[in-house]
Design a binder for this molecule. Structure first.
Ligand SMILES: C/C1=C2N=C(/C=C3N=C(/C(C)=C4\N[C@@](C)([C@@H]5N=C1[C@](C)(CCC(=O)O)[C@H]5CC(=O)O)[C@@](C)(CC(=O)O)[C@@H]4CCC(=O)O)[C@@](C)(CC(=O)O)[C@@H]\3CCC(=O)O)C(C)(C)[C@@H]/2CCC(=O)O
Length: 212
């Protein structure tokens, strides 16, 4: 067996240092660079930095929201599962409405996916929240529609839908409309692990897994 690193903090440190060495991070403000490092760390693709769209105040806005205990609204359970809870301020609630019993009926009535219908249930918690979308393009499209229609506005949107149908388009719409501070990965790439990593980047910066 090769000799391998066993200390978790040393693994994080080595990994983050490698990303810093290999990725092109110069165009980012330092706080956005921290989140970019965590995103690359989560997927192993240093060229992800080239496709990261952001508003300069996205990380500051997301962190300020978490500091006052804003809820984190996720499009699916996989995103919520990847969030390091011990890294969050105590009052931050991580919420997924996808499996609410009303969602299948609502999706049928609205003629859309369950993911998009689930976003309709965010209405009363959306103002000032942090939104993390890692799977469903239709969830991001529907969120933008709700905001455009004059609905409540989250503090920040972390846009990482993945795939071949609507992913690139939904993130392009987020970037074009920019109704609130946002981070988004242009193109087809994305995924739940990246959305979780973005939240962890807001909450922890580069403090590993939050254990002290
Ligand atoms: C069209 C959908 C896509 N799903 C993708 C990738 C993955 N999805 C997984 C799982 C387990 C779930 N996906 C659903 C959200 C489900 N996926 C869809 C929908 C049909 C529509 C979403 C959309 O287009 O906006 C969606 C169902 C819906 O009605 O909204 C999920 C709810 C399905 C289910 O439970 O039956 C479920 C969410 C589970 C959770 O709560 O966490 C995968 C794990 C599937 C797999 O690979 O086996 C995977 C995870 C990817 C990730 O990193 O998140 C795509 C690629 C996003 C695809 C949309 C685009 C495309 O090109 O087809």
């Amino acid at each position: 067996m090769p000799n391998y690193i066993r200390d978790p903090q040393a693994i994080y440190a080595e990994s983050f240092a490698t990303v810093r060495r290999e990725a092109k991070l110069e165009r980012f403000p330092e706080d956005v660079a921290e989140v970019a490092v965590r995103l690359i760390h989560a997927c192993g693709m240093v060229d992800l930095a080239d496709d990261l769209a952001f508003s300069p105040d996205a990380v500051a806005a997301g962190r300020a929201a978490l500091d006052v205990g804003a809820p984190i609204l996720c499009d699916c359970e996989m995103v919520a599962a990847g969030i390091i809870r011990r890294g969050l301020p105590e009052r931050c609630d991580v919420r997924v409405t996808l499996n609410d019993p009303s969602v299948p009926g609502l999706a049928k009535a609205l003629g859309t996916t369950r993911s998009a219908a689930a976003v309709s249930l965010w209405e009363d918690r959306l103002e000032g929240a942090v939104v993390a979308i890692g799977n469903a393009p239709t969830a991001l499209f529907h969120l933008l529609e709700m905001i455009e229609a004059g609905g409540p506005k989250p503090a920040a949107i972390l846009g990482f839908p993945v795939g071949f149908v609507g992913a690139a388009e939904s993130k392009a719409a987020l970037e074009a409309l920019a109704p609130v501070p946002f981070l988004a990965l242009r193109g087809r790439r994305g995924g739940s692990a990246l959305a979780s990593a973005a939240v962890n980047g807001l909450a922890l910066g580069l403090r590993g897994d939050g254990t002290r």
